[in-house]
Design a protein around this ligand. Sequence first.
Ligand code: SAH
Ligand code: SF4
Ligand code: F3S
Length: 474
Amino acid sequence: MPADFNINKTAVSSDELQKQREYSQLVRSIIEQRFSEPPKAFVHTYGCQGNVADGERLKGMLEEMGYSLVDELDGADLVLYNTCAIREHAEDRVFGNVGALKSRKSENRDMKILLCGCMMQQKHIAEKIRKSYPFVDIVFGTHVIHRLPEFLYFNLSTGKKIYELPDADGVIAEELPVHRDSDFKAWLPIMYGCNNFCSYCIVPYVRGRERSRDPETIIKEAEQLVAEGYKEITLLGQNVNSYGKYPDYGCNFAQLLEKLNSIEGDFIIRFMTSHPKDCTHELLDTMARCKKVARHLHLPFQSGSNRVLDAMNRRYTREKYLELLNYAYSVMPDLSVTSDVIVGFPGETYEEFLETVSLVREARFTSMYTFIFSPREGTVAAKLPDPVSKEEKSRWFKELLDAQEVIAAERTASMVGKTYRVLCESVGKNGLIEGRTQGNIIIEFPADESVIGTFRNVTVTESLTWILRGKLSD
Ligand code: SAH
Ligand code: SF4
Ligand code: F3S
């Protein structure tokens, strides 16, 4: 951690939060004068669950200001895109969607367009928006989302555009209003930011330094969620298992899990994303002991080659990663492990790529998120020579997917005939109910919609490579 990192500066003061609540009331009175019924706000979040959790707070603030949230862009009086910067493709989608708002704005001059999130925290992007997308009203970075009421108030009262992306190590704003997207699955951020600076990754630059929420506040929020009937709580952090390091509350991630596990009630706990360098035997033993913690570990490995891992600044080796998995499977034989991997890191050779394929075969992941390296401005890896062509990388990518497909199919086939307790989540396109096993595998089965939001025992009747089919057994 940088020497000048001052953890005391991270909490947004109660005075500041009070000021924002006052701005919120001011916005409310402006819109009550201008609109005969609550104006419609369309909020769309890109990227990871951490960003989705921010999106739920942005929605909560908009509701408090008097907006009514809608799921459709058509007819919206306010559009807010909460963006992601992880890969070029993610940014291209946002530029495309923002560009498409131009004609809507010319039809409805009073429509407000707001952009925030990781992409906007980058100066060169905010500059591009200012120059090429002048119809955008408000741009704000990741460290100031709690100031949304202030930004809206100034824009609504003066008509002036706002670009606010202060450099910061990052803050923690407690007690923001939250509009949760689901009434049985909840995101619970426990730490923010990242200190790891993996050489390919933009996150440390746009999300600031690692900072953890106070364990008491987290436990209270979890107790409240359980009391409200939530059945699944997912603990979130870019580096979730380094929870409790900064500041040191005397409660590390394993200890926090243990405390959450002891909350009374029928619910499960998930967490993501864990970094292998912070994945201790203590954590795996705690998972094994805690009955409410799902038997699922998302543990990105990124590459199977030690040279590439070193160039990525991942700070573990292939051997260390596989040792961790062996230990995890030894204490939790029914554990389901998922992972992330990058194909075509600058300078990666085909032989090094084949080490990734062999790790995948040894690790036997349930599923994997596979990405082709995307250079991110400002990161170390973006400056490295990258001689392998896009076409070549795409061939490697396909080879890796084929290898994982065989493993996934074998894993799901081995589940046929067994019964799992699943959380029923939604109705799929084919009319079947979609549930999720503790191991994070989707299972489809015929049932009445009333099962949604409850745990049910489902017996697997068929495996379809990545997902399962089954029937209710209670
Ligand atoms: N904090 C998490 C995940 C962060 S982003 C972790 O450390 O595992 C999710 C995934 O996106 C990463 O695991 C990585 O596989 C991928 N990713 C990040 N930056 C990337 C880049 N520049 N190009 C391609 N994939 C990238
Ligand atoms: Fe990015 Fe690495 Fe931090 Fe994950 S651990 S967010 S990949 S820098
Ligand atoms: Fe994207 Fe930011 Fe998450 S870059 S992956 S939204 S932390």
